[in-house]
Design a protein around this ligand. Structure first.
Ligand code: ADP
Ligand code: MG
Ligand code: ZN
Length: 610
């Protein structure tokens, strides 16, 4: 918005400038030299005056002047003085003269009115343009672009390395192609599908591919386009968008960068936030209002799901979320293959080697890499792109990415691999930590360098003491593995520690699970948030001594579980090594793969598990 305002300010400036120039040109062609009456008389005496016209106030006429040797006629004007001799003198000199009633109409017209008209014209034009671009005059008309199948040549073949997301989305396409198949049995497809993932992983691309594959109208709009200067415009736009979509059903509405408009509504709204809030409310209303069997599917993408308003994620709204994650090694290879289709590569290029060298690259980074390498080859006058160019391009991009989202180096990768395998190994070795689904060292989000995903078998309402202890052991397993393998620990376990400590503390203070402190509830009393002075410590309902006891108890639990985790890992050191190695190679492994490793080692009698 601000940028466009500056843009139109330029127009105004240009218009003023044009007016001045035109005025200048016109007054030059009608150039009139103003002289004094005595000068006029002097010229008359010298016989330089050719003709005059006398008006009520002025005398105008032509006089001969000599300008650098060339004789010229110059229009002049002088103020008329009441001079009864004048007519006599004019007659004497033989000057033609007429009396006219002064009219400066044409001069005025040309020097002022015309430029002003021009000015108004430009002004009008600017406003019209602004109107078309940002709802200045067409307030409320949605600017959603409608792509039809023909315009969008993107298909699922253009998207690689995000197989899981693709599978889920294919179902959506099927629904759009054959709604009857689903609605016959009364099935409802989710109203809203939210694509979540880091920037550049292909969310926008996926949405376009869906449109291309399903061949239905595709309304695409970016969240930021809803948020306008004028209150109410965004909301009107949402209404309009859904109305348009309903008339074109079956169709897809795609809201890119949903976070721009779906940010959580805060209690503290200052000025402009009202607008976004209205827009968001309207979106929620529309989402509730449309019939999911009508064939309108709402698709949205965001790379910051954590800031979205919780109301957007409620059932019946964006209730299906699809993770579009950074690709693993195989995924990167697939993406590279998509992007080298039109590139002439040298024979010696091994793309899987390129994929191995680019951990942490998202799809957009890989597309960029292929392009950079090609540009380098062109610059060097080569006929085909060589491995050298790829290496150099990787170096360049890595340097850029390191600043942006801290890619991890080889050593760090190794530490992360052992750390994550440590978690998984402990989780698989204790009974109460739940199954391990996958282990990955593909960097994710801002903080997590890798993660071990373990989901409890069923929703848990009650947890036994032993299970809580198992979970603490698992949380500490990462750090334990680091210590055992590298003899050193890193800062990577920060989150694990806080989780473990929190659990241990709750065990002691809330669940009365510590032998020394016994069956007692020791939560700190909390003051009403509206009364207390912020920053003051909360009121304690127990003595300093108890407080010390609590700390000791928490430490006891943590130390004990850390020792336990270390024992487990030391006993299965060879599994840890094998697992970490596999993880380094594949970047992502299933929990079952590690389990199989454990079992095969146990059978071999090596370092027997559990
Ligand atoms: P996002 O919307 O997730 O930020 P985009 O869809 O805009 O990312 O991706 C930008 C570009 O990067 C795409 O146009 C495409 O060229 C490339 N790209 C990203 N992800 C993939 C992928 N999974 N497969 C192929 N190309 C991809
Ligand atoms: Mg995008
Ligand atoms: Zn960890």
């Amino acid at each position: 918005m601000e940028k466009r305002m500056k843009f139109s300010a330029w127009y105004v400036f240009l218009a003023i400038w044009a007016v001045l120039i035109i005025h200048n040109i016109i007054s030059q062609t009608f150039q009139v030299k103003t002289i004094s009456y005595s000068e006029f008389l002097g010229a008359l005496d010298k016989g330089e005056i050719a003709e005059v016209a006398i008006t009520q106030t002025h005398i105008q006429g032509k006089m001969k002047t000599v300008d650098s040797g060339i004789e010229k006629e110059q229009t002049f004007s002088t103020v008329r003085v009441d001079d009864p001799e004048l007519t006599k003198k004019l007659v004497e000199r033989g000057v033609r003269f007429t009396g006219v009633i002064e009219s400066t109409f044409f001069r005025d017209l040309f020097s002022w009115i015309f430029p002003i008209l021009l000015f108004v014209g430009i002004w009008y034009y600017v406003f019209r343009r602004m109107g078309a671009q940002q709802g200045f005059m067409t307030v409320g008309r949605s600017k959603a672009k409608i792509y039809m199948e023909e315009d969008l040549k993107i298909t699922f073949n253009d998207v690689a390395g995000v197989d899981e997301a693709l599978e889920e989305l294919k179902e959506t396409v099927e629904f759009l192609k054959e709604p009857g198949k689903f609605t016959r049995l009364g099935a409802k497809l989710p109203r809203g599908v939210l694509l979540v993932g880091p920037p550049g992983t292909g969310k926008t691309l996926l949405a376009k591919a869906i449109a291309g594959e399903s061949g239905v109208p595709f309304f695409s709009i970016s969240g930021s386009e809803f948020v306008e200067m004028f209150v109410g415009v965004g909301a009107a736009r949402v209404r309009d968008l859904f109305q348009q979509a309903k008339t074109k059903a079956p169709c897809i509405i795609f809201i890119d960068e949903l976070d721009a408009l779906g940010k959580a509504r805060g209690g503290m709204t200052v000025g402009g936030h009202d607008e976004r809030e209205q827009t968001l409310n309207q979106l929620l209303v529309e989402m509730d209002g449309f019939d999911p069997t009508s064939g309108v599917i709402l698709l949205a993408a965001t790379n910051r799901p954590e800031i979205l308003d919780p109301a957007l994620l409620r059932p019946g709204r964006f209730d299906r979320q699809i993770l579009v994650d950074r690709p693993d090694k195989k995924g990167r290879l697939d993406i590279l293959q998509v992007h080298i289709k039109n590139i002439k590569l040298a024979r010696n290029i091994d793309l899987s080697e390129v994929a191995a060298m680019t951990p942490g690259f998202a799809g957009a980074d890989l597309a960029n890499l292929v392009n950079e390498a090609t540009l380098l080859a062109v610059r060097r006058g080569k006929d085909e792109v060589d491995m050298d160019e790829f290496r150099e391009a990787i170096e360049r991009i890595v340097a850029g990415l390191e600043k942006k989202n801290r890619l991890i180096n080889e050593e760090e990768r190794k530490i992360v691999a052992y750390h994550e395998t440590g978690h998984a190994l402990v989780a698989l070795s204790v009974p109460g930590a739940g199954p391990v689904q996958k282990i990955t060292i593909v960097p994710r989000g801002v903080a997590a360098l890798g993660y071990t995903l373990n989901v409890p078998t069923e929703e848990r309402y009650l947890m036994k003491k032993s299970e809580l202890l198992d979970r603490i052991a698992m949380a500490l397993g990462g750090r334990a593995a680091e210590e055992i393998v590298f003899g050193d620990i890193s800062t990577g376990a920060h989150n694990d520690l806080s989780k473990a400590t929190e659990t241990a503390r709750s065990m002691v203070t809330q669940y009365g699970m510590d032998e020394v402190l016994g069956q007692v509830y020791l939560e700190q009393g909390s003051r009403s948030p509206y009364l207390g002075v912020p920053g003051l410590p909360e009121e304690k309902k127990y003595s300093e001594e108890t407080s010390r006891e609590i700390d000791k108890a928490v430490h006891r639990i943590l130390d004990e579980q850390y020792r336990r985790a270390k024992d487990i890992i030391i006993r299965q050191r060879s599994v840890l090594d094998a697992g970490a190695e596999l993880l380094l190679e594949k970047e992502k492994i299933e929990g079952n793969e590690l389990k199989r490793l454990m079992e095969s080692r146990a059978e071999a009698g090596g370092d027997g598990a559990r």
